[in-house]
Design a protein around this ligand. Sequence first.
Ligand code: NAI
Ligand code: 15L
Length: 269
Amino acid sequence: MTIKVHHKLLLTGAAGGLGQVLRDLLGANCDVLRVSDWAEMSPARAGEEVVQADLADAVAVSEMVRGVDAIVHLGGVSVESAFAPIMQANILGVFNLYEAARKHGVKRVVFASSNHVTGYYRQSETITVNDPPRPDSLYGVSKAFGEDLSRFYFDRYGIETACVRIGSSFPEPKDRRMLATWLSTGDLHGLITACLTTPVLGHSVIFGMSNNAVSWWDNAGARHVGYVPQDSSDGFREAVYARTPAPDFSDPAAVYQGGGFLTAGPFDV
Ligand code: NAI
Ligand code: 15L
């Protein structure tokens, strides 16, 4: 059973892939779920509020945040792209969100960071949450900015944040890399619930992964969050091997943890 400690939760990025999944699940974590995106969303259901807002619009973001107790922040550019949209959504947008949280007294945020903050580590390395960022893309740099900004808002204003470096959260692992990076959507919800309910969150970085046998990430530094993954990519391994070619190690995507993000771009501004 999900423990409900918040009256009103805000979910940003609610029109996106993970946002739609979590919109169905996070209702159990609160009395009222406010869902937001700049894209159109389906109408409010019982126990929901729908707010359309561009993260780059400080006034709109302030109104979006007013009155909520905690935020699950998924909104933003979710892949490598030209810098301008990344700057608007992931840099200015995350600043607007934390400023609004400060002004309105919101004390806890779960920030959807990404494994691409550390994509330039090799697939032969196991890293911890204390290893320095090595972003593999402008997108990864923007998520590293969000992690740093949230640390500043914790140190200065006491706003607690879990920076969840999500691996690959899809219904199934799509390729061999995702056997290591896979996070089931059930485990994603479990992880977010843990971050929302753990007594003391502080400023925490945690790798968002299921209990996969092959893993590049050590979450020992995030034990206080109380996340215990229930799923594993292991059952998909045989089928993934059967439908995908052996890795070509002259391709950086097969060598580094960030996979295809290593070779995405540059994009015209
Ligand atoms: P998505 O691209 O499907 O959803 C992102 C949502 O943000 C979209 O609905 C989009 O309309 C909204 N958005 C973009 N710019 C906006 C703006 N300026 N103002 C308001 N809303 C805006 O991405 P997905 O897969 O659902 O991921 C959700 C979050 O989790 C993203 O922040 C992504 O970076 C992060 N993440 C996801 C992973 C995955 O495996 N799905 C892996 C690592 C991180
Ligand atoms: C991400 O950060 C992306 O948002 C998602 O679409 C996937 O590509 C994921 O990383 C991944 O690394 O598989």
